[in-house]
Ligand binder design. Structure first.
Ligand code: GLA
Length: 461
């Protein structure tokens, strides 16, 4: 690669010299140096492309095990990822969160806790890789991690090299110990360090949404936390969900809003609530990082985490994050555009009461969604979804079915010589019942227990 670059440079300099024969050889050298330096920095000034083209899926130790991590736990998680069917369902990354590291040695090298990781981190990474999975690790942009282990500040290039040597595929980079640092510069610095180390690593920015990373992180990381930490309870989960409402426009292949890891199976919510939690993360095109004890999953937990039809919605290659189509407070309708002019529609009952809602499928089928997503140019504040994100789109209103004025930059489904948006052209799949709806009327009452969802996929016939 380097030889190729140098050869190209020589060629360019030769052409240059040919045109300006008076340039002295030493001048030529200086020029070469400048161009090389320029090339070097521009080569480094990017994140790894081709990664996280759909939301990353995996498991992370934090939500369940906190600091109680060890090589046994991580290797067991890799084993169970296979035996439980999680790998086949799409889960790929095994990520050790905080507390694997204990100090730095006299050369500033990060040192793993020898009691918990007696064979070192490369050994664990090799084991994870031997199972066909990918390996992730954790550090912080500040001087210490959130559990006061050594952070990465001032050691970025050294740590990135170390991680590459371990065989790391995913780095979660926290914000603890950061005091007066600038978030964008700090994370860009680590991004450049990872790039210089040469191993493709998914860069997971964990800055809790404080400096609105969705506005600047598209070129820096592959996912960015949008809020503080999730707790294993309904209020925390739904509060985080509510905060994603205006962020849809920032998500897309290679860069995702991260509303934090899953709590499914950790015991603090009911099965219904966990189904809702999982569904919401799926329609938001959120990273799906399981955070439970994989070795001891109940059948309910398995059926949620491995609901293939929901996962397919999450992993759709267009990478569109759902937007709120109708907001009636406790009752909302969310829509996620999918490839092939399909879409997922999620009816959400946030209230503590059961609701019976009249659903007009004839209307729902007509909701237009984007057929492609694109990242806004650097510095701009995103791009339009259908209508304004969060806005209710009503028939006849701009952005509504059949109305003029499609949002700029997007081609509405069904108006590209494609399938008209009618019930005759779609079957409607209930993604939790795993059944197609048989509609006698186009409007039916749907029962929504407290804190529950119904998720339908409109599938092209
Ligand atoms: C922060 C992060 C969490 C977790 C802990 C570890 O709170 O937001 O996700 O990584 O640190 O200490």
């Amino acid at each position: 690669m380097l030889t190729k670059v140098i050869k190209q440079l020589n060629l360019r300099i030769n052409i240059f010299t040919f045109k300006l024969p008076l340039i002295h050889t030493s001048m030529k050298k200086i020029l070469l140096l400048f161009v090389t330096a320029f090339m070097f920095f521009s080569l480094n000034a990017q994140k790894f492309d081709k990664l996280a083209k759909t939301p990353p899926m995996g498991w992370n130790s934090w939500n369940k095990f906190h600091c109680d991590v060890s090589e046994t736990l991580i290797m067991q998680a890799a084993d169970v990822m296979i035996s439980s069917g999680m790998k086949d369902a799409g889960y790929e990354y095994i990520v050790i969160d905080d507390c694997w590291q204990i100090s730095r040695d006299e050369n500033g090298e990060i040192v793993a806790d020898k009691d918990r990781f007696p064979h070192g981190m490369k050994y664990v990474a090799d084991y994870v890789h031997s199972k066909g999975l990918k390996f992730g690790i954790y550090s912080s942009a500040g001087t210490v991690t959130c559990q006061r282990r050594p952070g990465g500040f001032g050691h970025e290039y050294q740590d990135a090299r170390t991680y590459a040597l371990y065989g790391v595929d995913y780095l979660k980079y926290d914000w603890c110990g950061s005091t007066t640092q600038d978030a964008k510069s700090s994370y860009t610095n680590m991004r450049n360090a990872l790039y210089a180390a040469g191993r493709p690593i998914v860069f997971s920015i964990c800055e809790w949404g404080q400096s609105k990373p969705w506005e600047w992180a598209g070129d820096v990381g592959h996912l960015w936390r949008t809020t503080g930490d999730i707790g294993d309870n309904w209020n925390s989960m739904i509060d985080i969900f509510n905060r994603q409402k205006d962020l849809s426009r920032y998500a897309g292949p290679g860069g995702w809003n991260d509303p934090d890891m899953l709590e499914v199976g950790n015991g603090g919510m009911t099965t219904e609530e966990y189904k809702t939690h999982f569904s919401l993360w799926c329609i938001l095109a959120s990273p799906l990082m399981a955070g439970n004890d994989l070795a001891n999953m109940t059948p309910e937990t398995k059926s949620i985490l491995m609901n293939n039809e929901m996962i397919a919605v999450n992993q759709d290659t267009l990478g569109i994050q759902a937007t709120c189509y109708r907001d009636n407070g406790d009752y909302q309708i969310w829509v996620k555009g999918l490839s092939n002019n399909e879409k997922a529609i999620c009816l959400l009952n946030k209230s503590d009461e059961k609701k019976s809602v009249l659903v007009d499928f004839n209307l729902l089928v007509q909701i237009r969604t984007m057929t492609r997503r694109f990242r806004p140019p650097s510095g701009s504040t995103g791009f339009g979804g259908f209508g304004a994100p969060g806005a209710a789109v009503t028939p006849g209103a701009p952005g509504a079915p059949g109305a003029p004025g499609a949002p700029a930059g997007a081609v509405p489904a069904g108006q590209r010589g494609g399938t008209p948006l009618t019930l005759a052209n779609y079957r409607i799949r209930d993604l939790w019942e795993h059944k197609d709806l048989v509609l006698k009327e186009t409007s039916i009452y749907v029962d929504l227990p407290p804190h529950s969802v119904k998720v339908y996929r409109f599938i092209r016939k």
